[in-house]
Design a protein around this ligand. Structure first.
Ligand SMILES: Cc1cc2nc3c(=O)[nH]c(=O)nc-3n(C[C@H](O)[C@H](O)[C@H](O)COP(=O)(O)OP(=O)(O)OC[C@H]3O[C@@H](n4cnc5c(N)ncnc54)[C@H](O)[C@@H]3O)c2cc1C
Length: 299
């Protein structure tokens, strides 16, 4: 790691560099030990060059958005975590919004509303960044990123820049080309929306927000729905029907409010969470014969 730090010296003006940065501070689960090296970039950093330097060091690279879909091990991350949140610019022209990967979905939704653009209401309450959302093809209430993404620009760990158009993203349920290539960093995304009625857009956003408040345990740290929706079922319903609501291991608990959410009651370790995930998966499999697959990424 010392040789990587030395190799990054020429880029110091563009980077905030921290060693042994606790990942619990950067994930919505509030779980996770230290990353060996944690980087944030500023301004127009030569990202391609920086990524090539990291690649040459042989250290694994992890790209982090708002950390709302990752569970980090208690031992932390051996390698480099690159935080993308500084790339938060949002611009609107006609029916197109172009935003940096670090832009929050809520801010993009507000921009859309301000410009009377419809199509992004579904994302207003998802607490992720645009980069994380496109990687996960995040979705809710019948909408998902695949419906609005026109093109995205990226840079690979080898420092190669590229652009992907529409169908090239290979979107599927919580799936995309970026999930298949974890070393491709989404830089910027163009979203295609439509002109709509501001009052209708606002009402839809308020309705979705209220539904989240009513149904989701938002007062506890979590990563949203822990499991993907199995074909023909709802994960939360299966878990509830197994009598697992409130089931607790250490500080990790199946939410009493929404069984699809596994929450951190305050002092959960990653080990607690992983044991609870396994217990839930085994119980649901034994009772219903259904495999629950994790939606969250485990680092
Ligand atoms: C309370 C709550 C509610 C939620 N509700 C929903 C919901 O309704 N629907 C839904 O789909 N999800 C939901 N989620 C999950 C999560 O918010 C989404 O998956 C979100 O899109 C993740 O974005 P992020 O910036 O937090 O990504 P992170 O968690 O930081 O990263 C997720 C993945 O994306 C990759 N990634 C991040 N940025 C980039 C980038 N710039 N380039 C390439 N790869 C990148 C990471 O490497 C990682 O593999 C919820 C989470 C919470 C806590």
């Amino acid at each position: 790691m010392q040789s990587l730090l030395k190799a990054l010296e020429p880029y110091q003006t563009y980077l905030t560099i921290r060693e042994n940065e606790p990942m619990a501070a950067h994930t919505t689960f509030r779980i996770g030990g230290p990353a060996d090296l944690y980087l944030e970039w500023h301004g127009d950093a030569p990202l391609g060059e920086i990524l090539r330097v990291i690649r040459a060091s042989g250290q694994p690279l992890y790209i982090l958005g708002r950390g709302s879909n990752v569970l980090v091990h208690d031992e932390g991350v051996r390698g480099v975590v690159l935080n993308t949140l500084s790339a938060g610019e949002i611009a609107c022209e006609g029916e197109t919004i172009t935003a940096g990967c670090g832009a929050g979905l809520a801010s993009i939704a507000s921009t859309a509303l301000r410009h009377s653009l419809t199509g992004f209401e579904f994302a207003a309450g998802i607490p992720g960044s645009l980069g994380g959302a496109i990687c996960m093809n995040a979705g809710a209430y019948g909408g998902e990123m695949s419906q609005v993404v026109l093109r995205s620009w990226y840079v690979t760990e080898d420092g190669e820049y590229g652009v992907i158009e529409g169908a090239g993203h290979d979107f599927g349920y919580r799936q995309s080309v970026y999930k298949e290539h974890p070393d491709w960093l989404v830089l910027r995304v163009e979203l295609g929306l439509r002109t709509g009625e501001p009052e209708t857009i606002r009402a839809a956003m308020e309705d979705y927000t209220q539904r989240r408040r009513d149904k989701q345990p938002l007062q506890y740290p979590s990563a949203g729905s822990t499991f993907k929706r199995p074909t023909g079922y709802f994960a939360g319903r299966l878990i509830e029907d197994c009598g697992l609501k409130g089931c607790t291991i250490g500080g990790a608990q199946v939410s009493e409010k929404h069984a699809g959410f596994l929450i951190n009651r305050g002092d959960a370790t990653c080990d607690d969470m992983l044991r609870l995930i396994e217990h839930v998966q085994r119980t649901v499999k034994d009772r219903f014969g259904v495999d629950l697959e994790c939606e969250i990424r485990v680092w």
